[in-house]
Design a protein around this ligand. Structure first.
Ligand SMILES: O=C(O)CCC(=O)C1=CC=C[C@@H](O)[C@@H]1C(=O)O
Ligand SMILES: [Mg+2]
Length: 379
């Protein structure tokens, strides 16, 4: 396949509710929708999920934009490829910048699936016709507000509820949640807010029968997570720590987690997600697909990857309406009683609606063959 041009559509979307984690509050989302166009004018779409600021990981929207524009898009345009797996091989000499790589790669995967008249889910090797989803709830100003939000989402039928925690908003808050909702599938996400010095506190969460605790310690603390997992009964799930296949391998070998949250952007795309999936499956480590407050394109990529067999736990791919008054795809993603149907249409399975998208558009950068002069980085 040959990509004639990439278009990088930079959007700014207002969120319905602020989303607060241990590292900050977000009220709007900057997203780049990547469009890969072939010689016949057919387009594939990916979404670069880098945040506005380097708070969740080192990547951020402006850095990702430069990486895509200056390196990744031109390199893919310069090369004829026979399968999207080759995108990773072409980009691997460039270190990290995984969300930028994944944005480009995602558009190529969607285009490849459409060229072959297959769904993205089938193309990645998935078999499920529907996927279970949960929902991630940010920190609220009071415990009572959080309880109301949980009630709302339990009533909507989500298959599990994830609650953000941070020091000072942990044990007593979860105790209140469990008092009101003794039986719901419940998990917590700390986004790296603790250290091994907090082991006793983290141990005290064991009494709440949580499905897992996500990323209690720092991203680089794979060894400390292994120590912590030996001390606590609640399964540790790693998110930020798993930024590559190698990190997943180290975490599994060291016993740093019992569950992995795969985020396609964080690991560098679908090809790497599949590799981690197969590794985890061989080691009986169940997976679920995390979210990055995606618009519809990224949401549909997440659903496609979730159709792989070892994604056995509900992911964070809630309805489009979770964050958006209006999503940029038609039809939108709708979870009914915590289940999303996988579209049978080619590629991501929905149309990107340019009329809707233009309301949020800040700029579009087009990269053609002319912008891809001979780039000599390696012998
Ligand atoms: O609904 C979603 O897309 C998941 C939201 C969510 O929990 C997160 C999104 C982005 C960064 C983090 O705060 C976080 C996470 O850690 O999983
Ligand atoms: Mg997380």
């Amino acid at each position: 396949m040959k990509i004639k041009e990439f278009k990088l559509h930079e959007l700014e979307m207002e969120m319905k509710h602020p989303f607060t984690t241990s590292f900050g509050t977000q009220t709007k989302r900057h997203i780049t929708i990547v469009e890969a166009v072939n010689a016949d004018g057919l387009s594939g779409f990916g979404e670069c999920v880098a945040g506005e600021d380097p708070l969740y990981s080192e990547e951020f929207m402006d850095s990702a934009m430069i990486a895509m524009k200056k390196y990744f898009a031109p390199i893919i345009i310069k090369n004829e490829i026979s399968h999207p797996d080759e995108v990773w091989d072409l980009l691997v000499p460039f270190k990290k910048n995984n969300m930028a790589k994944a944005g480009i790669e995602g558009a190529v995967w969607d285009l490849y699936a459409k060229e072959n008249d297959r769904t993205l889910a089938e193309t990645v090797g998935g078999r499920k016709a529907e996927v279970d989803v949960g929902i991630s709830l940010g920190l609220e100003d009071t415990d009572e507000l959080l309880l109301d939000r949980i009630q709302e989402k339990v009533d909507e039928g989500y298959k599990r509820i994830k609650v953000k925690i941070k020091p000072g908003r942990d044990v007593s808050m979860i105790r209140k949640v469990r008092a009101v909702f003794p039986d719901i599938p419940l998990m917590v996400d700390a986004n790296s807010a603790y250290t091994l010095d907090d082991t006793e506190l983290l141990k005290s969460l064991d009494e709440f029968n949580l499905m897992m605790i996500e990323q209690p310690l720092a991203a680089g603390d794979i060894v400390d997570h292994a120590k912590l997992q030996k001390e606590i009964k609640t399964p540790v799930c790693l998110d930020e720590s798993i930024d590559s296949y190698q990190a997943a391998k180290a975490a599994i070998e060291l016993g740093s987690c019992e569950i992995i949250n795969v985020k396609v952007g964080r690991v560098g795309g679908i090809t790497q997600s599949k590799k981690i999936h197969d590794l985890a499956e061989r080691h009986n480590i169940p997976l679920w697909c995390g979210g990055m407050l995606e618009a519809g394109v990224g949401r549909l990529h997440n659903i496609a990857i979730t159709t792989l067999s070892n994604f056995t736990l509900p992911g964070d791919t809630a309805s489009s309406s979770r964050y958006w008054e209006e999503d940029i795809i038609t039809p939108e993603v709708v979870a009914e009683q915590g289940v999303v149907q996988v579209s049978g249409k080619p590629g991501i399975g929905a149309e990107v609606d340019f009329n809707k998208m233009k309301k949020y558009l800040k700029q579009t950068i087009t990269i053609t063959e002319d912008d891809a002069p001979d780039m000599v980085f390696f012998d």
